[in-house]
Design a protein around this ligand. Structure first.
Ligand SMILES: [Zn+2]
Length: 110
């Protein structure tokens, strides 16, 4: 299910009103960034989406989130109904150099 207005409001609260990537205030200009990019099978659901400035979203492009991004995301989502998409857990637990295959396997298993 795509991100609803209520989901976006909750995301904003969980992120403290800040952009997921640069940490600066983002407000009403926030865009939805897909942690696992849609180009690689990432779902358009709250469990795979964060709020970010358009420029930060574009700068991230089609890369996978790094370890620091994942730690921050897991901390923000702990106990939240927005949840964590299982392939993000697989990515966090992947060995170095195996990130893409771990994600692809986890997506295939969803
Ligand atoms: Zn930003």
């Amino acid at each position: 299910m795509p991100v609803s207005p209520d989901d976006a409001t909750l995301m904003d609260v969980l992120q403290g009103g800040r952009c997921f990537y640069c940490g600066e205030a983002v407000g009403a200009k926030a865009t939805f960034d897909h942690l696992i990019p849609q180009a690689y099978g990432g779902v358009d659901e709250p469990s795979n989406v964060v709020l970010a400035h358009r420029r930060c979203n574009q700068r991230k492009g089609d890369r996978l989130p790094d370890a620091e991004d994942l730690d921050r995301f897991f901390a923000e989502r702990r106990g939240s109904r927005l949840g964590i998409w299982p392939p993000l857990r697989a990515l966090r637990d992947a060995e170095d150099g195996q990130e893409w295959i771990a994600v692809a396997r986890a997506i295939a298993a969803t």
